[in-house]
Design a protein around this ligand. Structure first.
Ligand SMILES: [Cu+2]
Length: 507
């Protein structure tokens, strides 16, 4: 394809959307390959993941690293609501480290045989996970990755991460879009052989360097994008093309709620989207006029003490072929995208509006600090201790956390088992359009720390147990930036409250 004057590389300013993209020319033409899929059958997903060394090819280089099932882009695991997962994890990690599996974003049990990150599976042994998804679990993209404290960064950076999808997002919210072309995009960072530790890590999509994604003008495509890397930020841009955000961290987006009882589904049209490590976004892309468009991760200022995160091209969108602007299916689907509508699904998570007006049970503060000389990271002055209980809640509680970043670099706040509503960033209202399970924490500017407020619901009895919250820059998590949360049954609160003579606000 290189060196030709093929008109596929001519940008035509046509179509429904104004295009502000520059054409790009590519020398190679490998197309994006989605990870393989494994789907549940008759309500059960039975699968084995083997973590072991393999030789994978990234950007023409053969790299020996620990991956799942021999693949840098391992199988996407598809389940439906109420399904049971029966997953055997075999630990053959070459470095002899223990490992385990975290089901990032899932509202499932944190206890043994479930999403229990306190379990460490020794090398040359296996562990059997078996648990059920709630009947009303939020539909969308989640991900799996190891979570053994101290080894999380090296294992994820080596390639151990894949997608989990709870099916039904389009069926229940955008039925007209069912059947459009779909891509699962695993964005990962990797330290290539020969790269210095201080150099920016290399970003790939499904292990590929700048692959081609094809689309027809006017065609709608469904892209499920996860930053499933260890440490790097992605600031997604489709060469200036606008795209619809229909789900964030597995939560369908809603119009900014004006009142408690107005939960319309209403996608958000944007031209860029920030994905801190572990965040996901599900988008609808409309094929632009014929041409090639750079899909970039724009530069992210991670702060004076942060790792460099310069702009890189992730992929090339090539639009060509016959126009689908007038195709009846695409016309109907496009109408669904611009008209506010209600969702057909009942979700385990409250809507943004419901949470915004929920009674707060308790307010708590988490202060992030670090020692840049020793590379130690702290929450409320403490490094992670799995045997310590840092905070607690009862089922039914709603806690507002004020998270204060007192360092000169970005961090994130991620909590297991539940999602939350971001309400305030540095004193400004956040106007969140969905719940999320990860949020960026701005760094200190002058004497002003970064301050983010979130409202966290602990509604689900199935999530009773002990779990964690942490920074999802995994270097920081391994360095101690993690705390523990104990969720107690609702019944356990009543005698305690009575004994203390306390009155609690209930929603
Ligand atoms: Cu951090």
């Amino acid at each position: 394809m290189s060196g030709t004057t093929n008109n596929r590389f001519t940008v035509v300013f046509a179509g429904l959307i104004a295009v502000a993209a520059a054409p790009v020319v590519r020398a190679q033409a490998d197309t994006l390959i989605d990870p393989p899929s494994i789907a549940s059958v008759s309500g059960r997903l039975v699968v084995t993941l083997t973590a072991a060394p393999a030789s994978v090819i990234i950007g023409g280089q053969v790299i020996a690293t620990n991956v799942y099932n021999g693949l840098y882009a391992p199988p996407t695991l598809h389940v439906r609501r109420s399904d049971s997962l029966e997953l055997t994890l075999q630990n053959g990690v070459g470095s002899g480290q223990s490992t385990n599996l975290h089901y990032h974003g899932w509202a499932v049990t944190p206890q043994a045989q479930g999403d229990d990150v306190f379990v460490h599976v020794p090398v040359n042994t296996s562990y059997y996970y078996q648990f059920q998804l709630p009947w009303n679990h939020s539909e969308g993209m989640y991900w799996y990755h190891p979570h053994p404290h101290g080894f999380s960064e090296s294992q994820v950076l080596g390639g151990m991460s894949g997608a989990l999808i709870v099916d039904g997002l389009l069926e229940d919210n955008y039925p007209e879009l069912v059947g459009i072309r779909e891509h699962v995009m695993l964005l990962k960072d990797i330290q290539l052989p020969g790269d210095s530790a201080d150099a920016p890590k290399t970003k790939t999509i499904n292990g590929q360097l700048n692959p081609v994604i094809t689309i027809q003008p006017g065609e709608l495509q469904f892209w499920r994008i996860g930053n499933v890397g260890a440490d790097s930020y992605v600031n997604l841009s489709l060469g200036g093309l606008p795209f619809y955000v229909i789900a964030i961290d597995g939560n369908v987006t809603a119009c900014i709620p004006l009142n408690r009882w107005g939960p319309q589904v209403c996608p958000v049209l944007v031209t860029q989207y920030l994905l801190p490590p572990s965040s996901r976004v599900e988008i609808i892309v409309s094929g632009p006029g014929p041409g090639a468009y750079a899909i970039n991760s724009l530069a992210v200022d991670t702060g004076p003490d942060g790792d460099p995160n310069p702009q890189v091209q992730l992929a090339t969108l090539v639009s060509g072929g016959s126009s689908m602007l007038a195709a009846p299916r695409m016309v109907a689907a496009r109408r669904r995208l611009v008209v506010p509508h209600t969702t057909r699904a009942t979700n385990v998570r409250p809507t943004p509006a419901a949470l915004k007006y929920a009674a707060i049970t308790r307010r708590d503060t988490l202060v992030y600090t670090e020692d840049t000389l020793t590379n130690q990271f702290f929450i409320n002055g403490k490094q992670f201790d799995p045997n310590r209980n840092d905070t607690y809640a009862h089922v039914g509680d709603v806690i507002e956390f004020t998270i204060i970043n007192q360092t000169r670099e970005l961090h994130t706040f991620h909590i297991h088992q539940t999602d939350y509503l971001v309400t305030e960033i540095n004193g400004q209202p956040a106007n969140s359009v969905s719940l999320q399970d990860n949020v960026n924490l701005p760094y200190v500017v002058g004497a002003q720390p970064g301050v983010v407020k979130v409202i966290v619901p602990f509604y689900e009895p199935v999530t009773v147990g002990k779990f964690v919250y942490h920074c999802h820059i995994l270097e920081h998590e391994d360095g101690g930036m993690m705390g523990t949360m104990v969720l107690l049954p609702a019944a356990a609160r009543r005698p305690a409250a009575k004994a203390a003579g306390a009155t609690r606000s209930r929603h």
